[in-house]
Design a protein around this ligand. Sequence first.
Ligand SMILES: *Cc1c(COP(=O)(O)O)cnc(C)c1O
Length: 433
Amino acid sequence: MRYYSTNNRSKYVSLHDAVVNGLAEDRGLYMPEKINRLPEEFFKNIDKMSFQEISFEVAKAFFSDDVDEKSLKDIVYDTLSFDCPVKKVCDDIWTLELFHGPTLAFKDVGARFMARLLEYFIRQEAHQIVNVLVATSGDTGSAVANGFLGVDGIHVYVLYPKGKVSKIQECQFTTLGRNITAIEIDGVFDDCQSLVKSAFMDGDLNKHMKLTSANSINVARFLPQAFYYFNAYARMKANGLAENLVMCVPSGNFGNITAGLFAREMGLPIRRFIAANNANNIFYNYLKTGVYEPKPSVQTIANAMDVGDPSNFARIYDLYNGSHDKISSIISGATYTDDEIKAAVKQCYKDNGYILDPHGACGYQALKDNLKKGETGVFCETAHPAKFKDTIENIINTEIEIPQRLSNFMKGKKQTVELSNKFDDFKTFLLGQ
Ligand SMILES: *Cc1c(COP(=O)(O)O)cnc(C)c1O
């Protein structure tokens, strides 16, 4: 299958190029040239299939032209080494827990899938080593580092702002070693991001080494998230509750929800979506006014959604040919302040005994506020609450147990390279690699 750029629908690249380039040359996002619908038979029997079996069928619909069946199956089954169960929270509201992967965040699936797909391409071509640069304020770095850990032919450099990432998050990418190098930048997240951007544009560096990005705009990271929605539908069908399903997605860059919209275009019977935002309400405003107006992001307790210009908006816009009517008929919005998020965490724990994380709390509350009679709502719980231990414990006055997987990271030895926020220092370091 070929991929076009959201900025130019008439120019195509291969899956290989879309994955290695990340972003199109014209700064657009890659889109698959077609979205294959899955047969009715598949949906009839989906409730009897495992998460892995379902995902393999979905993966084939996108990738079977470019990846042989055996390798694709291998990649899918290796990526999904854990389940994402649905659980009833209250009345008509269920949660889809996406946090059972290696770093307890939903980004694990996309990161691992991308790592294995890139490895597949590198093997085929006897490629030189590919170097992945990623800037992080926490969650992305840990998912990418763990997804790429030990993958042949790829080296990952994670740049993060010194002293500005929580200890729990930091240890998930600084203790790994092997093909993962953590770089502590004396600066803020924006410095890390601009260092990465400058590196991609630097002629000397690109001659010296093959560079690519692993951020959430990459098709190989974003598309596999469609698996989640098929799985949610299957598990709800097994519960006899697949009619009038509403999926509610805590959203920042809108990659996760866009993958859900792709699933719907593949024939998955999701009635509608809700995009739950924190105080960064750009999409919410777009739905209201029809005008997309990016703003600088504001800091919130649901910090993985602190995005002022959601990159996947371009994909949603393209998917529906820019029709605001169409977009707002399928997706509705919600936006919550930190105080409202805290209140949701508190109330949900009191009423249902279920501990939300700050991102999932936006999803839960958006269903509480927007679900209509006859609908069943499923919100994505995108991270384990223990990743936001202090914040959540302060709200519910109860200690949260740290899962084994997280505490194992905390036992590891921190290994980092310390650099200033000057591009020359970063460049000299990379040229020495
Ligand atoms: C990245 C992230 C989000 C936002 O997902 P998008 O695909 O960027 O919309 C939500 N919650 C958590 C915990 C995340 O890490």
